[in-house]
Design a protein around this ligand. Structure first.
Ligand SMILES: *Cc1c(COP(=O)(O)O)cnc(C)c1O
Length: 440
């Protein structure tokens, strides 16, 4: 009998609520602090730059379930459910007794999970009378998702993309512009912050720090304009829980329950999105499941960072966040997994790691691409360089099962495809990729 490979949900089975793990956590995340007064931030403070509803969700430690607005649900229906896939060919190539499943979040108009949070963020902005949204983007996945969502809800969108990334990945700005967004290479001449940087250093290549400064300046100086973020913040992970909630039902259809759950880790949104719905059974019912975050060896905040209050950005504009961090002035090596080059981890994940609910592994760049290549050649999908880290961690676990003979059920998140990152694959195939060392 042929065995089922892909598991999908009917529209009637799609989640109608997001899961807020903060409500069930035994030790809640510590408060965000105002850097000047060291006082805990309120939702009102956050609502100056974020949509008020997102600000409220950010600090909500009370409600475990939050309704997905009907208009957002209608947009999720364009591409959800995403497939849960059994990776038979990968299992066979590894010779492992493990059962490997992946949730394929690359199957949507933009090709990464980021769209799951871009849609509600733009929806809430629209509801609250905002006309414009802005953000910064490095590699461009978040900028692309936001551009799409802004168009869907009738908002103007301005994205500041790190100038050097814009030159390295020109197609991401083409995608943003196709969905109607304005894209500026940062530093730009369109803001005070950008002009100051260019005056000091006319050839500045840009960084997430310069782009954040410009986006925040635009949001605070333009009427009816809000700032948005695609990772790190708790409300972003909340929106991403559609991934895990679907996966839970799909695993049930497959007749299995995961022993190990793995996702790559930049700021934590795709990890939280997949893991938190399963982790509620660990917190509430003591279910034994292992949760593994896969980060790059060159930017190892979870495995080598410190748990402390730190700024979310290089320039020190954001609130102080209680998190595992390498320090906000840490300059990550220029690895191809742009989405994982961030110095800190979200506050929820940081608390969960501290409390022993999960662990982290760090993956060298060349190991990640070797894993990505094997995955492409077996499962027929070219994974995003970020997602390659989750695949590498999965392969490590599956190989352990060869030694122990355990038929472990491993579930990982395929956070995106790599079709716009082929220069990275070329470098790997040409033997030009290095494993930058972490200098802490
Ligand atoms: C942005 C991104 C990531 C990292 O962000 P998280 O918030 O940690 O999920 C991972 N994979 C892809 C494809 C991304 O675009």
């Amino acid at each position: 009998m042929s065995k089922q490979k892909r598991f999908l949900l009917d529209e009637s089975e799609l989640p109608r609520q997001w899961y807020n793990i903060q409500a069930d956590m035994i030790n809640k995340p510590l408060p965000l602090l105002n850097p000047a007064t060291k006082e805990p931030l309120t939702a009102d403070d956050l609502a100056h730059i974020f949509a008020a509803e997102c600000a409220k969700q950010e600090l909500d430690q009370e409600h475990a379930w939050i309704d997905i607005p009907e208009e957002v649900f209608d947009r999720y229906k364009y591409y959800r459910s995403t497939p849960l896939v059994r990776a038979y060919a990968l299992e066979k190539a590894l010779g492992t007794p493990a059962h490997i499943y992946f949730k394929n979040e690359s199957v949507n108009p933009l090709g990464s999970h980021k769209i799951n949070s871009a849609l509600p963020q733009c929806y809430y902005c629209k509801q609250e009378g905002t006309t414009n949204v802005t953000t910064e983007t490095g590699a461009g996945q978040w900028g692309a998702a936001l551009s799409y969502a802004a168009k869907a809800f009738g908002l103007e969108c301005a994205v500041y993309q790190v100038k050097i990334s814009m030159q390295q990945k020109p197609y991401r700005s083409s995608i943003m512009r196709t969905f109607g967004a304005t894209v500026e290479g940062s530093p730009s001449m369109s803001t005070r912050a950008g002009k100051d940087i260019i005056t000091r250093d006319p050839l500045h290549p840009g960084s997430l720090g310069t782009a954040i400064s410009e986006a925040v300046e635009l949001a605070t100086t333009t009427p009816n304009c809000k700032y948005t973020l695609g990772s790190v913040m708790s409300h972003v992970s909340l929106h991403q829980t559609v991934i895990g909630l679907e996966a839970e039902k799909q695993m049930e259809k497959a007749g299995e329950y995961p022993d190990t759950i793995i996702a790559c880790f930049g700021g934590g949104s795709n990890f939280g999105g997949l893991a938190f719905p399963f982790m509620r059974h660990t917190i509430l019912e003591g279910k034994k499941t292992e949760y593994i975050a896969a980060e790059p060896s060159s930017c190892p905040k979870l495995t080598k960072g410190k748990f402390e209050y730190d700024f979310g950005d290089e320039a020190g504009y954001t609130p102080l966040l209680p998190m595992y961090t390498l320090g906000h002035e840490f300059k990550p090596a220029n690895i191809h997994a742009g989405g994982l080059r961030y110095h800190g981890a979200g506050t929820i994940v940081s608390q969960l790691l501290k409390d022993g609910y999960m662990r982290a592994v760090d993956i060298p760049q060349t190991e990640s691409f070797a894993a990505g290549l094997l995955f492409a050649q077996t499962e027929s999908i070219i994974p995003a360089p970020e997602s390659c880290h989750a695949i590498a961690a999965t392969i490590r676990e599956a190989k352990k099962c060869i030694e122990t003979g355990e038929e472990k059920v491993i579930l990982f998140n395929l956070s995106g495809h790599g079709l716009i990152d082929m220069t990275a694959y070329d470098s790997y195939l040409n033997g030009d990729l290095t494993d930058p060392e972490f200098k802490g």
